[in-house]
Design a protein around this ligand. Structure first.
Ligand code: MG
Length: 235
């Protein structure tokens, strides 16, 4: 028998919206903004990015869970290839980051997400847990949620228990009364179950469950009617 839940936490990227086109658009506009001011730049590959990121994490561990800080630093480093004065480079990277952040929050919800969040918010306490830096205030949905915990708030990324533990504290309910919903098999489903809260897997691409040692969770592939599904499963 499933548990009776009182609160629901949600992942954001790839659970409420498809994040890839959002990030590509934000990245492209930011690059253009910078190049319009200082000329063409070589932006490097995904592999180059990963190497630089690892180096920065060795220097300062917060780069691992503060994606905004990481982004700003990478823009600054790129701009410094042309502008040696650190103050001028910093000013331009700050402006570029503001543009990136605005576009990063320019998201298109999956069908029925807003309807269902609205309905669920009338029945359950809701919160968000993200490894990214989406801002639910800017996106315009903060009124439905008690909080949005991002990795920089808890100094760790999901699946670490920090997000889930902080959520439990803020919700003031027991672990058994929380349901976590997300698309990521490890960060969301494994993380939630490992901490001791119920997990519901958003699986729109109908992926195979292949996480060893964790029983296949309940899943859904469309947001349509989710409130009724949750009410019937967990009450
Ligand atoms: Mg996600």
């Amino acid at each position: 028998m499933n548990k009776k839940i009182k609160a629901i936490t949600f992942d954001l990227d790839d659970t409420f919206w498809d994040v890839k086109p959002v990030l590509i658009n934000a990245e492209m506009k930011t690059r253009k903004f910078i190049e319009d001011r200082i000329g063409k730049l070589e932006w490097g590959s995904w592999e180059d990015f990963k190497i630089i990121r690892e180096k920065l994490i060795v220097e300062d561990v917060s780069y691992e869970f503060d994606v905004g800080k990481l982004r700003k630093r990478l823009l600054f480093m790129k701009i410094q290839e042309r502008i040696s004065d650190p103050e001028t480079a910093d000013e331009l990277s700050e402006k570029a980051f503001q543009l990136f952040f605005k576009e990063r929050n320019n998201v298109k919800f999956f069908p029925y997400v807003l309807d269902e969040i609205m309905k669920l918010s009338k029945i359950y306490e809701l919160g968000c847990l993200t490894n990214g830096n989406a801002d639910i205030k800017i996106i315009g949905i903060s009124k439905f949620f008690k909080f949005n915990i991002s990795s920089k708030d808890v100094f760790a990324n999901k699946p670490s228990e920090n997000h889930f533990h902080k959520a439990k504290e803020l919700l003031g309910v027991s672990k058994e009364e929380i349901l976590h919903i997300g698309d990521h098999k490890i960060n969301d489903v494994f993380g939630a179950i490992n901490y001791g809260v119920e997990a519901l897997w958003f699986n729109p691409k109908k992926e195979i469950w292949d996480v060893e040692g964790i029983e296949k969770p309940l899943e859904f592939s469309s947001w349509q009617g989710l409130t009724e599904v949750i009410n019937s499963l967990y009450s």
